[in-house]
Ligand binder design. Structure first.
Ligand SMILES: *Cc1c(COP(=O)(O)O)cnc(C)c1O
Length: 391
């Protein structure tokens, strides 16, 4: 280890060359930037908070009053670690889904669970299959664990379940990832297609079925495969419909031996006590959940109408967001997004062509959607005036 100290007259310049421990081969090969720019980062850069925070698919309608009460009550107990087995919540979830607690693993959100899943099934170089441009945390976790990602293009903005199955068989993939309904497009695959994908998986391959938007999904979308079927793991979260994104809590449902594999590697104290209490209370308020789903449906309808007024189409959605097709290329959509940002509206957009012709608008509060409606025509006009980066 070397450290160099130099001083210049009149000022103290301290140069310190940090020791250089050797990074693992996997980590040193990763890109040096964070792919997840939060709205707070943009707000710090702009020096102002957003007037419409409609970019992260959060639920601004908020959590149930029962949840807030449970949270208040649990503050006194914060000196204690949470139950590492998440026992009471697992029993409540088992009751909710009509399955056994042994088929459930609770963790600090789906994002963490996707990391655990990749770690469970992937060795360095293992092939993994997903739709090109789908939920980026999955690929982030694949790269972080040294997996090899094989991407299958969407078919008409919808995951191509046949294409995913074919790629999985061709490559002898360990994992196929499918978000159903999908993020960032909001589209879905009906149950028969998901079930057919499961049937077509090669041996030794598991489907990670990300059902973050399950509560918004219309009838006939979610798979009815038995929880004992070891070819599929289903991921659920309290972040979206339940309005608890900031608490970080979700779970995976699956066959017992697979759940046991998660038990071997998960961070046992990561789910905090307040999150456990809040999640249990959330399960007890179906009326609140139904009300959220109705408000989200209204917001989706409004976003669709706002787009139509500008002559733009939207992608059908079974989630709490709508992808607006800006009608041109990704470069144009990016300029629309930047113009919205300047107008204090936070939205996001898909990362891969041709889906990056869209911007993705979350089901915000009526006032937020109203403000978006106000500034959207101007943002489109601005984006049209600016020259393209790809002349
Ligand atoms: C929002 C989202 C998640 C994140 O879930 P957490 O439980 O908050 O980590 C996972 N998957 C998809 C598809 C999402 O859209």
């Amino acid at each position: 280890m070397t450290s160099v100290v130099s001083s210049t007259r009149g000022s103290n310049v301290l140069e310190y060359r940090a020791p250089r421990p050797r990074l693992s081969a996997i980590v040193s090969a990763l890109p040096a930037f964070s792919p997840f720019v939060g709205p707070e980062t943009i707000e710090r850069r702009r020096g102002a908070i957003f007037r419409a925070r409609i970019g992260a698919n959060e639920n601004p309608f908020g959590a149930s009053p029962l949840v807030l009460e449970a949270l208040r009550a649990s503050t006194h107990d914060m000196w204690m670690y949470g139950d590492p087995e998440n026992n009471d919540l697992r029993w409540a979830l088992a009751d909710y889904h009509g399955i056994a607690p042994a088929n459930i693993c609770v963790a600090e959100g789906i994002d963490a669970l996707l990391g655990y899943a990749v770690r469970t099934f992937v060795d360095a170089g293992s092939p993994v299959v997903a739709s090109q441009g789908t939920y980026p945390t999955f690929s982030y976790q694949v790269f972080g664990h040294g997996g090899r990602l094989i991407e299958v293009p969407y078919d008409d903005d919808t995951a191509d379940t046949d294409g995913l199955a074919d790629a999985a068989r061709q490559e002898s993939a360990r994992i196929v990832y499918l978000a159903n309904p999908d993020n960032p497009m909001g589209t879905w695959n009906d149950r028969p297609f998901v079930n057919a994908l499961i049937e077509k998986l090669p041996e030794n391959c598991v489907l990670l079925l990300d059902e973050a938007y399950a509560d918004f999904a219309s009838e006939g979308i979610l798979t009815d495969k038995d929880v004992g079927d070891s070819r599929v793991l289903r991921f659920r979260t309290f972040s979206k419909a339940h309005g608890l994104a900031g608490l970080r809590i979700g779970y995976v449902i699956g066959e017992q031996s697979l759940i046991n594999a998660f038990e071997r590697i998960r961070n046992h104290f990561a789910v905090n006590r307040m999150a456990q209490a809040a999640a249990m209370a959330a399960l007890d308020d179906q009326d609140h959940l139904d009300a959220v789903v109705r408000q989200v449906a209204d917001a989706r309808q409004r976003i669709t109408e706002i787009a139509a007024k500008q002559g733009l189409s939207t992608v059908p959605s079974s989630t709490n967001f709508v992808a607006i097709d800006c009608g041109r290329d990704g470069d144009f959509a990016k300029r629309v997004l930047n113009a919205l940002e300047e107008q204090s509206v936070f939205v996001r957009m898909p990362g891969s062509p041709p889906q990056n012709r869209c911007i993705r608008i979350s089901a915000g509060l009526p006032a937020e959607i109203g403000y978006f409606e106000e500034v959207f025509p101007e943002a489109l006009a601005q984006a049209s005036e600016q020259p393209s980066n790809n002349p």
